[in-house]
Design a binder for this molecule. Structure first.
Ligand code: URA
Length: 291
């Protein structure tokens, strides 16, 4: 069926179906022949084999209704990177280490990550999600990976869990001018799937360097993956949250704590009382380290 054959009813139904797919994390239409997106770093052209929902010609563009979902288009294209063969995982980890080490400032680190081609997630993500908040803040919060809202905005924690994080920050007198926020993985995994261990290993040198350069007094790891990756825990977050540990940034030792991820708190509101305790401990640690 062509778009010209679509009645208003069918258009509405198609729009709702696409919105449902996107909400469920299905943002790519698969065809019958495979396409190697890693071989060419530029976004795939619409065609019979693979078409992103963002570029699918099913629904004609419509004016944006205030408060409605964002349009089904890429908010910003990642800058075109040269077409190169994907790096082997070990090579990619080494390349990430060298690249991260070479960054002398957070701005340089962001630029280096922008052009880093060693992590396949950048191909499917809309853009790099580097950080939000104040890089000079005394406390840094690290989550897992951007979701759809973050991928579109290019900023971490702007969706529902971000709104909850903002309320939690406010409860202890903080906001995005007094906190710095980033993720272990700076590109959205397709469909919000869990990042693979390889992807985490490749991205690890970048977040470590980001912590070192931001140089906070207190590091807060939100959720199991962030706590396990940065603090080396093997237990789950329910066992590891709320404990202070030493974290070596590379230049000095700071205090670090694991707490629940806001997305988990949205699903399990009863756990908020534990998160509240963690946040009070963070407030106290900041007051102490000021003296
Ligand atoms: N969850 C995360 O871990 N990070 C984000 O930026 C958003 C949701």
């Amino acid at each position: 069926m062509t778009t010209s054959e679509m009645t208003p009813d069918r258009t509405k139904a198609a729009r709702e179906l696409l919105a449902f797919y996107l909400e469920a994390g299905v943002d790519t239409l698969l065809g019958e022949t495979p396409v190697d997106h890693l071989a060419a770093e530029t976004p795939p052209a619409p065609g019979p084999a693979t078409t992103t929902l963002a570029s699918a010609p099913v629904v004609p563009a419509a004016p944006r209704v205030p408060g409605s979902r964002p349009p089904l288009t890429r908010a910003a294209q990642a800058p075109a990177a040269p077409a190169t063969a994907p790096l082997a995982p070990d090579t990619a980890v080494m390349a990430a280490r060298d690249a991260a080490r070479s960054a002398a400032s957070l701005d340089e680190l962001r630029a280096i990550m922008q052009s880093f081609t060693g992590c396949a997630l950048r191909v499917t993500a809309t853009q790099l999600v580097f950080a939000d908040g104040n890089p000079q803040a005394r406390v840094m919060f690290v989550g897992e990976a951007p979701g759809r809202d973050e991928d579109l905005a290019g900023l971490p924690f702007v969706g529902r869990s971000g709104k909850l994080l903002d309320r939690m920050l406010k409860a202890i007198g903080l906001d995005r001018t007094s906190a710095y926020i980033a993720n272990i993985i700076p590109w959205r995994p397709p469909g919000n799937r869990t990042p693979t261990p390889q992807e985490s290993q490749i991205c690890l040198p970048f977040i470590l360097r980001q912590i070192e350069l931001a140089n906070p007094d207190v590091l807060v790891c939100m959720g199991g993956p962030s706590s396990q990756t940065l603090l080396g825990y093997s237990d789950g977050i329910r066992r590891t949250r709320g404990r202070w540990v030493a974290f070596n940034t590379g230049t000095r030792e700071i205090r670090a704590i694991a707490t629940f991820h806001p997305a988990y708190l949205l699903r399990s509101p009863l756990e908020k009382r534990h998160a509240w305790r963690d946040f009070l401990a963070i407030k106290q640690a900041l007051a102490q380290s000021k003296q």
